[in-house]
Design a protein around this ligand. Structure first.
Ligand SMILES: [Zn+2]
Length: 268
């Protein structure tokens, strides 16, 4: 078969094409190899099985449980301290650390612990604004030494049995904590008398004192638990958190609220 010039050219073109194609192909493979080798192997895609999402339950709003152990009922410095005829202050000679003069009307010196004093100022102002009339402090903080002379005076004139009915023994009075106050109206009437409960001031306090952290400590129907006759004038500062909870639960005495034994009388 005669080899023509044209045939030779055609063959050369074909060979060139193959060669060029080989070079391109080869370098591409090499490049691909270079890219693959040494680069971190990409994680194989994890196939997550499709799960029907659990609907998040709508939380039912529940009020946080009141913590009855949040403060001590034994430490005399605690605003929750429970003092009664079975629970004297410890020590009996206890004196509060932060007694201040309460800037309110008073028939006797108005001195209480700072938190109780501030709350009393706010309560008196609120009562007046509400139309209940003006109030004043009849008796507030009484130090141990004062209670000693008051109690001994009653014992001397009435005997121990009768003295215990109307005056707390030294170390057993809420007034010694600096958190208790006896309130009377301005102008003065029904001072330290049951009729205070029928005055506009007495009625307003009975209904609203809890809003200011105060508790009507000796209600008429709780004498056997508190150990004291009805004293509509005697209020005890316990803080707004506790007074609000007691109001909400409808519990009237600290003894019942904290599950303490009734304290009708001193231990024999
Ligand atoms: Zn009192």
């Amino acid at each position: 078969m005669p080899v023509t010039l044209e045939g030779m050219f055609r063959r050369a073109r074909v060979l060139t094409t193959i060669a060029v194609a080989s070079i391109i192909l080869g370098s591409t493979v090499a490049c691909a190899a270079l890219h693959t080798v040494g680069s971190p192997s990409s994680p194989s895609p994890v196939i997550t099985p499709s799960v029907t999402p659990t609907p998040t339950p709508t939380p039912v709003p529940t009020a946080p449980q009141f913590n009855k152990n949040a403060k001590s009922i034994t430490d005399p410095n605690s605003i929750w301290v429970v003092v009664n005829k079975l629970r004297p202050l410890n020590p009996k000679t206890y004196s509060p650390p932060d007694i201040v003069t309460v800037p309110v009307a008073h028939n006797n010196p108005a001195q209480m612990r700072k938190v109780a004093a501030d709350a009393l100022v706010a309560m008196f102002a609120a009562g007046k604004n509400a139309g209940a009339g003006s109030m004043q402090v009849q008796s507030s903080w009484r130090p141990y030494s004062t209670q000693v002379s008051v109690y001994n005076g009653w014992v001397a004139s009435l005997g121990k049995q009768q003295a215990d009915r109307q005056s707390a023994r030294p170390g057993y009075s809420e007034h010694q904590t600096g958190l208790a106050v006896d309130i009377s109206p301005v102008p003065l009437r029904c001072a330290l008398a049951a009729c205070f409960g029928t005055t506009s001031q007495g009625k307003w306090l009975a209904a609203n004192a809890w809003k200011y952290g105060y508790l009507l400590r000796y209600p008429a129907d709780k004498t056997k638990i508190t150990g004291y006759e009805y004293e509509p004038w005697h209020f005890r500062y316990i803080g707004v958190a506790l007074s609000t909870e007691m109001h909400k639960e409808g519990v009237k005495t600290l003894e019942e609220f904290f599950g303490l034994p009734a304290a009708p009388d001193y231990a024999k």
